[in-house]
Design a protein around this ligand. Sequence first.
Ligand code: ZN
Length: 262
Amino acid sequence: MVFKCQEDSFLTTFTSKVLRCSVTNEPIVEYGKAADFNGYEVVLENTILFPAGGGQPHDIGWLNDVEVLQVLRRGPEAVHFTNKPLEVGTEVTQKLNWDRRFDHMQQHSGQHLLSAILEKEHNLSTTSWWLGADESYVELDTIKISDGIIKTVEQRCNELIRKAIAVNVKICKKEDPVLDEAHTRGLPKDCVETIRVICIGDIDENMCCGTHVSNLSGRPKIYEDAEVEELLEKDSSQSQKELALTLEVTQQAVLSCLKLLE
Ligand SMILES: [Zn+2]
């Protein structure tokens, strides 16, 4: 199953029905550290809370005002761990802890980029990776790497980030020939029917169940001049500064569009 969080990784609220709720004593694993837990596990029709998988840690958030402490993938379902039970059949509002998720998205896309450049341009393949709260790393299939290579790779990644190369998700079926070009790194076994391929421009294609930024700059969207103009026409109540913030462009870009509209 492709969850709502994988369909649209920028959704922060969503409403869904409770399908099941039962007691659990499965531990909570937070960035690799397990802690005892006695509470409830809740399954919903769909979810914007990402269940841990493919190297990416689980999301946290809320179902109405009940805190979600962990989300795990079990077969085709996502299981939400809570301290309080939720009534089966009721609709609940899901809220995502966006700061934590966005950090995971940036780090996960960053890992894809770093691994792609290391492999394609320096023949150094990634054997595993770790996404932590304070530290993330990729493990390479080598015992030595020169400072020169590290510097070159850093400059190359930064250059691509500055260009804000698009990051797109392709959804394929198992037998799709496009999958020959992509390769997997820690993809959960139950993700095999519908396969997501994360494409960074024409630089990389990689099978992955995780959530990603929409372009390497990490900004939600790059607006074309015409789109900025359209938005300015639609909403003239905002100040130039507010518009620049909303659109995540410079105030200068807003100003030049306004001049064109005059
Ligand atoms: Zn990935």
